[in-house]
Design a binder for this molecule. Structure first.
Ligand code: RFL
Ligand code: PHB
Length: 392
């Protein structure tokens, strides 16, 4: 088999890349380790930046997102017995976020690729990248796929990044001493907007997927097991961490799914080796507190599409050569924002009373200063795609 771009991974990065390339007349094949059902059901992100929404709409895959996604114009920071709204409509006029589940984006992209005759091979767990310096190819299940370039869109635990020879990549990493327990509940949201709640029992997040389905997260110890968290304990802890302002009551209902995620910041530089280009979680991870991971994946493949379109139109590798540096500017901004939101809102075992006071003071600043609130708002709704590019 031969294609122009061999894509490993059918997450948001790989699927969107395949679709954007198709719109530019560039051929690709997507190889995915898991089944179609599995990737379509995997519950993960829920917050789409304005720029992500724009990319999906412009690429013609935003119809269901426009119909079913929930536009949000603010979030609440809750601490010290009070809620404080960060109003996007005032601080960053014209920019908002859309709450729409990542697996819905994945379903929309798969449906569109297949309708357009795109090739996605599911249940291919044994992909191996070869010959990355020149004439790259992928092997799997006794087959060989030759390609001009390989796009490593196979997430944090994929095969592409580890196939880069030792010593090439610089790794920047921070692990956090807690995890997130996430649930989906068959119950209407208890508030209209997301609530990021900080308290002495730990962080909690109120989010949603639709007017009928709520999504919640709890900060838990890093070694927590789902067995330790029967439904009653989850609801009791959510109540204790969220019912901290007068008049707020959590609506409870059946829990329909639960998951645990480690919290990590990670960047591998450069996002390229020879003819292999890494995109999305394969190259970088952020803790979910800033809701940035999926949005960064979209930004990467947008840059990669332009660079590959440049290659095929003119033969020039200029944009491809700049791919890693272009992406990393924005990646590092999101790294900082995600680390900052995480340290602002969680409890740490190493906290001393001085540290807690500093955290409260910083929250007071963010919720009372127009300048500080604008910093949060503009990062949360997403910085421009050309963030960090040289200005005239
Ligand atoms: P994915 O989604 O992990 O997709 C990678 C795909 O590659 C496949 N794969 C392989 N295929 C072939 N061969 C192999 N050897 C392979 N190894 C792996 C996998 O099966 C998979 O299908 O990476 P991608 O496309 O880069 O997308 C990244 C996002 O999934 C991720 O950044 C976000 O989910 C992060 N994230 C959030 N991002 C946001 O923008 N907003 C949010 O609100 C948000 N909330 C979250 C999150 C991540 C979370 N978890 C579970 C860590 C909330 C949580 C709890
Ligand atoms: C979600 O709804 O899954 C979600 C929302 C905001 C975050 C992380 C996850 O910061």
């Amino acid at each position: 088999m031969r294609t122009q771009v061999g894509i490993v991974g059918a997450g948001p990065a790989g699927l969107l890349l395949s679709h954007l390339l198709h719109l530019r007349g560039i051929d690709s094949v997507v190889l995915e380790a898991r089944s179609r059902e599995y990737v379509e059901q995997r519950v993960r992100a829920g917050v789409l930046e304005q720029g992500t929404v724009d990319v999906l709409n412009e690429a013609g895959v935003g119809a269901r997102m426009s119909a079913e996604g929930l536009p949000h114009h603010g979030i609440e920071l809750r601490y010290g017995g009070a809620g404080h709204r960060i109003p996007f409509e005032r601080l960053v006029p014209g920019r908002a976020i859309t709450v729409y589940g990542q697996q819905e984006v994945v379903k929309d992209l798969i449906a569109r690729r297949l309708a357009d005759g795109g090739k996605i091979l599911f249940d291919v767990p044994d992909v191996v990248p070869h010959s990355l310096e020149a004439d790259p190819y992928l092997t799997f299940q006794g087959e060989r796929l030759d390609c001009d370039v390989i796009a490593g869109c196979d997430g944090f635990h994929g095969v592409c990044r580890p196939s880069i020879p030792d010593g090439v990549l610089s790794i920047f990493q921070r692990d956090y001493p807690f995890a997130w327990l996430g649930i989906l509940a068959q119950v209407p949201p208890s508030a209209e907007e997301l609530i990021y709640s900080r308290g002495d029992r730990g962080f909690a997040l109120h989010s949603m997927r639709s007017p009928e389905i709520s999504r919640f997260y709890l900060q838990v110890p890093p070694d927590a097991s789902l067995d330790d968290w029967p439904d009653e304990r989850i609801w009791a802890e959510l109540r204790a961490r969220l019912e901290t302002v007068p008049g707020f009551a959590l609506t409870e209902g059946p829990i329909i799914s639960r998951d645990l995620s480690a919290m990590r910041s990670f960047v591998a530089e450069p996002m390229r080796y020879g003819r292999l280009y890494l995109a999305g979680d394969a190259a970088h991870i952020v803790p979910p507190t800033g809701a940035k991971g999926l949005n960064l994946a979209v930004a990467d493949v947008r840059v990669l599409t332009e660079a590959l379109a440049g290659l095929y139109a003119t033969g020039s590798t200029e944009l491809l050569d700049a791919y890693s540096a272009t992406c990393l500017k924005r990646v590092w901004r999101a790294q900082h924002f995600s680390w900052w939101m995480t340290t602002l809102l969680h409890t740490f075992d190493t906290d001393d009373p001085y540290g807690r006071r500093l955290q409260t003071s910083h929250l007071d600043y963010v919720t009372s200063s127009e300048a500080a609130a604008t910093t949060l708002a503009e990062n949360y709704v997403g910085l421009p795609f050309d963030f960090g590019a040289p200005r005239d």
